[in-house]
Design a binder for this molecule. Structure first.
Ligand code: SAH
Length: 327
């Protein structure tokens, strides 16, 4: 039995059932702190690890907004949960081409991933949470597959918060899921919006999730690229939940940010010119043709990441309209 499992058992035996959110938070804190879960040899793969085109287009999107905002001085690049730092490295390269080379601030709790990030972006400054991010100058914020790792609470038909308890040796959730919410995510969306309204800038949130009201149980565990049981091996599997974009949007709008989207990742990347970027990369390296086209298809095809993954922008009220969201 892992130390985390022993700890969770003792907690429930002594203090009674814990909320689904407390279980998810404890599991993921241990999971991310103890490994680099990304890539073929890990548990899951993300858009920036599939193709450099993802981070490049994110960087180009941010740079375009910054240029049309009048190239304000003192802008900082901020990424929440930057994984291996791949997205940041690709985005920074693309931003530099537009004359934007901002200081880099990473919000990351995992020591294992902080060291992976330091290899790719050594000049970054790390933060445990949003509170210590710079308070002057516009923020150019990116969060890719960050919110889905944050804890959710689940509620039953009568509105009661569901709990996790022990049934003999096993962890079990009690009750039937009618609705989900992620108070932690809502708080972060509100914090981001408040910063954008005060300091200028934009936040790009990319994740898989739903645009309307929540329905049913979306909590899942992923291990070695396959779904697994979330109530087994706590802290050894990635626990994720679909992101409720509507709740994030209303929290952000309430703090004065303009909310654009959510919009499908596929159409957004197409509108930003992933086709032209792929063609340019293939011209420069014809031997990479298949890899580049496969990456593009995985990121954009409706039956791959193109529709389930969504892009939502929070924009400072004083900043221009972002590219890529027109239907
Ligand atoms: N954005 C990356 C990684 C996604 S995995 C990519 O696209 O490849 C989720 C990331 O969020 C990891 O870096 C993980 O360590 C981080 N993370 C999870 N919970 C966090 C929390 N509460 N605070 C800060 N970072 C967190």
């Amino acid at each position: 039995m892992s130390p985390l499992e022993a700890q969770l058992r003792a907690r429930i035996e002594q203090g009674g059932p814990i909320s689904v959110g407390d279980y998810m938070a404890a599991c993921n804190a241990h999971y991310y702190a103890s490994r680099d879960p990304l890539g073929r040899g890990g548990d899951f793969i993300t858009a920036p690890e599939i193709s450099q085109m993802f981070g490049e287009l994110v960087g180009a999107w941010l740079a375009d907004l910054w240029v049309r905002a009048g190239r304000p001085a003192g802008a900082a690049y901020v990424e929440l949960g930057p994984g291996r730092g791949t997205l940041a490295a690709d985005a920074l390269r693309a931003m530099a081409k537009a004359g934007l080379s901002p200081p880099v601030h990473f919000v990351e709790t995992s020591p294992a991933l902080r060291s992976a990030q330091a290899e790719r972006v050594p000049e970054a400054t790390w933060h445990d949470d949003l509170a210590s991010l710079p308070r002057n100058g516009p923020l150019l914020i990116v969060a890719n597959e960050f919110f889905d790792a944050l804890p959710i609470e689940q509620f039953g038909i009568g509105g009661e918060a569901l709990t996790v308890t022990l049934d003999g040796d096993r962890f079990v959730r009690r009750g039937i899921v009618a609705r989900e919410a992620s108070p932690v995510s809502v708080t972060i969306a509100a914090d981001l919006a408040r910063r954008l309204a005060a300091q200028g800038g934009a936040a790009l949130i990319v994740d898989y999730g739903y645009a309307g009201p929540s329905g049913g149980d979306t909590l899942q565990a992923v291990s070695h690229h396959a779904f697994a049981n979330p109530w087994e091996a706590p802290g050894e599997r990635d626990l994720t939940a679909h992101v409720g974009f509507a709740a994030l949007a209303s929290a952000a709008a309430g703090e004065g940010a303009r909310v654009i989207g959510p919009f499908g990742q596929g159409p957004w990347l197409e509108a930003l010119g992933i086709g032209a970027r792929a063609a340019a990369l293939i011209r420069a390296a014809p031997g990479r043709h298949d890899e580049i086209e496969t990456g593009r298809a995985r990121l954009t095809a409706p039956d791959r990441m193109g529709e389930l993954f969504k892009v939502m922008a929070l924009i400072s009220p004083h900043w221009p309209q972002p590219a890529g969201f027109a239907r």
